[in-house]
Design a protein around this ligand. Structure first.
Ligand code: FE
Ligand code: FE
Ligand code: ZN
Length: 300
């Protein structure tokens, strides 16, 4: 075991039957002490009511298993596009409801993709995002919205720290807005992970490290600056094991929850979650070059 107790977990499911209780159980099956879930399908806004009994059972299990609620994250559905003023009312209403759901399950962190300007231009897109966030966030909001660093695919906004800073600066409730840094996305956006210290310095100067509240840990299928956004398994992509480990064990990020969103692995038994073995290689600080094999053995 490593000397530093790191906070690591993965994306997990949130099912109709078990809701957050199922999410905690899945996280525990990966030996995780953090996790992230969507409150419904990520690609749509159909949402079921929260079952408070299941939430209570989830919180009790987390207490018993030493998972701190501060290391639990919800991801908003990615079809919400605050940068487009078309459907603005629907998006704002949905995001308000989502915040209510997140508060109801007792989670404090909500990751949100800033949005795509869809041809409106960067300035107009950012203006729309700011307006929407100011419609959603009030002084009594208990959840912090963590704007995710994006790969810059299509007209995505938020692929530079400067753009995220412009959004944050326009929000009235500044204490309710922060950042989620995704390693695949910043690589694809053009940041050079060979020098992560320089990236963090940049982040600190432009946004402030106190605003970095969530890390998405993904390798990338593509080169630096590709603007593609295709995640790869830990250590198997163009970023690689050593550079990702530097991010995870960075002393300045010790208390930031780290969430894997690496892809399920195609195996003879079907597509299976890699997280138990990715978390193990991170804790053991040793690259596992037979990931698929271990996953298959474990599922037999
Ligand atoms: Fe995301
Ligand atoms: Fe992400
Ligand atoms: Zn992504």
């Amino acid at each position: 075991m490593g000397d530093v107790m790191i906070t690591i977990g993965s994306h997990v499911s949130f099912t109709k039957e078990k809701q957050m209780l199922g999410s905690v159980m899945e996280a525990l099956s990966y030996d995780a002490n953090a996790f992230m879930f969507y409150t419904g399908a990520p690609q749509n806004t159909n949402r079921l009511p929260i079952n408070d009994e299941l939430t209570e059972l989830a919180h009790n299990l987390m207490l018993n298993e030493n998972i701190n609620i501060d290391n639990v994250v919800v991801h908003a559905p990615y079809i919400i596009n605050l940068a487009n003023d078309k459907n603005a009312k629907f998006n704002v209403d949905f995001l308000k409801e989502e915040i209510n759901r997140v508060e109801r399950v007792g989670v404090h962190l909500l990751v949100l993709h800033p949005g795509s300007h869809v041809g409106l231009g960067v300035d107009k897109g950012i203006e729309n995002i700011i307006k929407a966030l100011n419609d959603v966030l009030t002084p009594s909001t208990k959840v912090t919205i963590c704007l995710e660093t994006m790969a810059g695919k299509g007209s995505e906004l938020g692929s530079s720290f400067e753009e995220l800073k412009r959004i944050i600066d326009g929000v009235k409730c500044q204490d309710k807005v922060a950042v989620c840094l995704d390693t695949c996305h910043i690589n694809d956006a053009g940041y050079d992970l060979n020098d992560f210290d320089a990236i963090l310095d940049d982040f600190d100067k432009i946004i402030g490290l106190d605003k970095l509240l969530v890390l998405h840990i993904n390798d990338s299928k593509n080169e630096q600056g590709s603007h593609k956004d295709r995640h790869e398994n830990f250590g198997y992509g163009k970023i690689g094991f050593d550079k990702l480990m530097k991010v995870i064990y960075h002393p300045k990020l010790k208390d930031v929850p780290k969430i894997l969103e690496t892809p399920y692995v195609d195996t003879e038994l079907g597509k299976l979650a890699p997280y138990k073995f990715e978390i193990k290689m991170i804790r053991d600080k040793k690259f596992n070059d037979h990931l698929t094999n271990d996953i298959v053995q474990d599922n037999k």
